[in-house]
Each structure stands twice: as structure tokens, then as C-alpha cells.
Design a protein around this ligand. Sequence first.
Ligand code: UT7
Length: 343
Amino acid sequence: MNEQPRATSVVVAGVGAYLPQRILTNKELAQDLETDDAWIRTRTGIRQRHIADPEESTSDLALKASERALTAARCSAQQIDAIVLATTTPENTFPATAARLQQKLGVGKPVPAYDVQAVCAGFVFALHSAWNMIRLQQARRVLVVGAEIYSRSIIDWTDRSTCVLFGDGAGAFVLEAQEKTKEKTQEKTQEKTTSATQRGILDIMLATDGGFYEQLYVDGGAGSSDRVGHLKMQGNVVFREAIDKMSQSVALLLARNGLSVQDIAWLVPHQANSRIMSGVARKLGIEEARVVSTVEDHGNISAATIPAALDHACKQGSVKKGDLVALTAMGGGFAWGGALIRW
Ligand code: UT7
């Protein structure tokens, strides 16, 4: 066989997640708030959320998820060439939470380590950045993390229309370069087979429409006020647009890669509301059995929902090597995006 090195594929070599120990149930929430378990479950699918301990910070959550992803990828922190961390709730206003994570992990050498802010779509934006770094051969292994502590300051615990939705947690991927190969003989046939079976990230799309800025935002921040601020949301607009934009992003990725909905083994949508996830699946024509869902137990953990959901699915043994996985998310901005990954 006549094999020669080709362009680099970017594979997910390991996944990890960390959810804080403390669980806050709907029933507990209803003790201090005019709400009830039945309303939260039927309108959102959420049963409980995890809450960080007072001594846990965003980088602590990120650290635990990262260590688990590194173990799954069978590599050490010293083998990481970059860290891209998506968060809306950074450890401090600066430096980047990724810098703190680099320090805690003991990477032991200077590498690019920076935060990405695209709210609930943050992990897909971070993935895009890491994917390109590897494709440009500026890194071989990149740690991509989503980590959030919404419970501490940006949630208004007296606002029942938002506080019941969110939780804390972290998830991480280790992305790794893998050489694509093709046989010199029967080049055309082989190329077709390769594109249909090659592992790794096939494509990512990103978009932002700032025209929706006021529909989901935090009313404070270092550049505009003397307070961190609280999350404000026009729930019904977010609901409608999330279904449209997430389903459209997957449809666009399938079309531009010559793939169809039937090729998707698993859809992993941003976990904000089970009714939104069902709406996306329905629009795409994907049955519910192929939708990964952790919203019931995690609530909405913003940039961390997708890696945490995938960690759960991998541990369950549902997502397997060779499966085509479609990710999609939308959040504040509005910012949204999607990715196709051959697992
Ligand atoms: O990650 C992206 C960010 N967020 C999202 O994706 C969330 C998107 N939006 C949603 O998930 C939904 O819009 C919500 C779950 C937030 C709200 O569900 P809804 O079916 O759109 O309810 P609604 O806003 O139309 O409110 C219906 C009623 C209202 O009462 P009235 O005005 O009809 O008397 C609310 O005051 O439900 C009331 N309500 C509640 N009742 C009990 C709102 N929150 C609660 C609550 N418990 N927690």
C-alpha cells in the first residue's frame, strides 16, 4: 500500500466534565420562590441543577473537567499546546480564566491560553478557534473548556422566570491532530471513502446578530457600570429564535458537506430547555432517541452544556467511534453556531 501524509484531521481525543456536588432541586427552589416543580418540569424539563460551593471558583470547575478530559485522552497537561476556555462568568475580570487554569494544571511552559465569550454558544466558538489552530499546524493538542458559575452573582434569585433555568458546571475536550492518509492508487474512489469515514471535526459554522442584544443580556459589567449585573431575558423571543437558529445551523452544515439528517447518529443541542431541544429535533426531522439530553439533571450551564452532555453520552456508551455527531448552540448576542464531528 502506497500511503502518504495529507492535511491534518482534528479529532476529539478525550472528553471530561465536572458538576459540583451540591444539588438544588425544584422543590427546594419552590420554598423561597413562587414556583413549583410541576411548572419547571413541564415548561423546561429541568428537575435539578448543580451549585458550586462557596470556595469553588470557575477555574476550579474547569480544572476538574480538564483533568478528566486529559485522562480520557491519555495525555498530560505538559503535552497541551494551547487552552481555549469559554465562559460568561470568569474568575476575575482579568486575566483570562484560561491563564488561571494553565497555572493550576501545571502546564509548565508558556502556551496561548485565553477566554472566549459567546455566552451559551461559547463552547462552539472555542472549538472553532482550537480547530483552526491545529489545522494551521500551530498546535498539535488543544484543551477546549466550557466552565460557568451562574449561581454566584449574575442570577437574580428573586426572578422566577430566569433563576430556575441555570446551574454551574464545566466540560472539556482535548483536541488532537491526526494525519489524514490516502492511497496513491485509485485516488478518486479512495478520497470519497475517506471523506465519509475520516474521524474528527468536519466543519463548524458561527454567527452573531447583535440586533438581539437586549433580548438576553446581563445589565452590568466593568465597562459600563459599578456592578456585575443580573441576567435579563425575553424568554419567548429566545425560545423561538433558538429553535430556528440551532436547526438552521445544523441544516447548513449538512448541506455544505453533502450529508443528510439520516447521517447524524447523535444531535447534541445546547441544553437550555427540553422543549427547545425537541423543537430543533422536530424541525430537522431527527427522532428524540438520537438527541443527547442532560438538561433534566444539569439545568442550563451555558458554555459548559455541550461538553458535559457529550461526557455523559460517552460514559453511557451511546456515542461511539465513527458516529457522526452534530453540535449546536445559541445564546446571548444572539450568538450561535454548530459543528459536525465524526467521533
Ligand atoms: O441558553 C439560552 C438562554 N435561555 C433559554 O434558552 C431560555 C429560553 N426561554 C424559555 O425556555 C422559556 O421561554 C421559559 C422557560 C423561560 C418560559 O417558558 P414559557 O412557556 O415561554 O412561559 P412564559 O414566559 O410565557 O410564562 C408563562 C407564565 C407567566 O405567567 P402569566 O403572565 O401567564 O400569568 C409567568 O409569569 O408562567 C409564569 N412563570 C412561572 N410560573 C411558575 C414564569 N416563570 C415561572 C416559574 N414558575 N419559574
